[in-house]
Design a protein around this ligand. Structure first.
Ligand code: ZN
Length: 391
């Protein structure tokens, strides 16, 4: 069955081009003129909306009232669905520092829900955020569970996960973290640098052990310090020093001021940035209180000024954003061109997570995951493998 998404402004590969997308068997097979007519295709009128490759969120904890740490198939379905209707066609559910039982339960629930989740959205695997972090850089992570890497423990997670782990955020300066990087790479898992007090030298060494990406730059990443008068760079500055590193940004407009977003784009370069929501349970809802972590063992946080905060307001606990808000913030508020914004929301995360053989672009041969949105980034239609899934 052929489908034609007609008359859209295609935002892809750094360009905006009026056109139509021809789709066959879930794949894009042609990019045609806006007024193209294909007699044997089912036509969908795009009415001049923007069309981009589906958004890819590689770091989110939940949405729609559900947290992936709830450890139920329903939580996975609810949260993924809420992100889907806001344009996220590829999603990487993320866990938190918690007891081994809780993390294992979340992984198990994912494996149970996986087949059903993947009908309407691409959910290739999980991001384990912690528990091997620097205590001083815990942010919203629960200090009761923060610890050093334990080979017996992380090997058991990988062996029992049945291939479900896609990426793992670790503080590379911790004892055993380099060895863990090697182990993860050997098992096809991407080690990423997060909640960390590492220095420039630690980062340089981490790159040799497979760490290629920095988890939410400026949120719990170390900065420059002075030791005996000499300055030592932290992870934040090292991000700019090493082209081998990519970074992700919580671009909800709260975690990073707009001028900092502009500075990062200017200095790091559009090519090496992915936008993430790092969203908590209330994303997509209008509430003032929520829980970070599981409904059973999590801790309560407050929501004000459009962001989740620890109750003492000492730090942010995560965002309440969906991907459309990230696009709106970066494009409309920070003033980054829409073409670059979409590269950071679709194309780059696909590359960083090694999903770019099928995802992240609107080119013939790629999966027909398409988001249609208007001038204010209101998501109007979402297609997954050529099928409209937001109805
Ligand atoms: Zn997170």
């Amino acid at each position: 069955m052929k489908k034609l998404i007609r008359n859209v402004r295609i935002v892809d590969g750094g360009l905006i081009t009026p056109g139509s997308l021809l789709i066959e068997d879930g794949k894009i097979t042609g990019v045609l003129a806006p007024d193209a007519v294909v007699p044997d295709a089912d036509a969908f009128e795009g009415d001049g909306l923007y069309a981009s490759a589906g958004f890819i969120d590689t770091h989110t904890h939940g949405a729609g009232g559900a947290d992936f740490m709830d450890g139920t198939t329903n939580a996975y379905k609810t949260a993924c669905r809420m992100h889907l209707i806001h344009g996220t066609t590829t999603i990487i559910p993320t866990t938190l520092a918690a007891s081994n039982e809780e993390i294992a339960r979340s992984i198990e629930a994912f494996n149970e829900a996986k087949e059903e989740l993947n009908r309407d959205q691409y959910v290739p695997g999980l991001h384990l955020e912690g528990p091997y972090f620097a205590m001083a850089m815990k942010g919203g992570q629960d200090p009761r569970y923060i610890r050093n890497p334990d080979p017996a423990e992380y090997r058991a997670f990988v062996e029992n996960a049945n291939g479900a782990i896609l990426r793992w955020s670790i503080a590379p300066e911790l004892p055993g973290a380099m060895e863990m990087g090697d182990y993860l790479c050997a098992n096809g898992i991407i080690p990423t640098i997060g909640h960390t007090d590492a220095t420039y030298d630690d980062v340089k060494e981490a790159i040799r052990h497979g760490y290629t990406h920095i988890t939410h730059l400026y949120s719990c990443t170390s900065s420059i310090i002075r030791k005996g008068g000499f300055r030592i760079l932290g992870v934040t500055e090292s991000a700019y020093c090493f082209d081998a590193l990519t970074v992700e940004l919580i671009a909800d407009g709260c975690h990073l001021p707009l001028e900092l977003i502009r500075m990062i784009v200017k200095c790091k370069g559009v090519d090496r940035i992915a936008l993430i929501t790092d969203s908590l349970r209330p994303a997509g809802l209008d509430v003032t209180e929520t829980t970070i972590g599981s409904s059973e063992y999590g801790r309560s946080v407050i929501i004000e000024d459009g962001v989740a905060k620890l109750p003492d307001r000492s730090a942010f606990a995560g965002s309440i954003a969906t991907a459309d808000r990230l696009v709106r913030t970066v494009w409309k508020k920070a003033g980054i061109p829409l073409t670059d914004t979409i590269r950071m929301m679709s194309e780059n995360p696909a590359k960083i997570m090694h999903l770019d053989d099928r995802k992240g672009r609107l080119l013939p041969g790629k999966d027909a995951d398409v988001v249609l949105f208007d001038e204010d980034v209101n998501v109007r239609d979402v297609f997954y493998m050529g099928r409209r899934v937001n109805a």
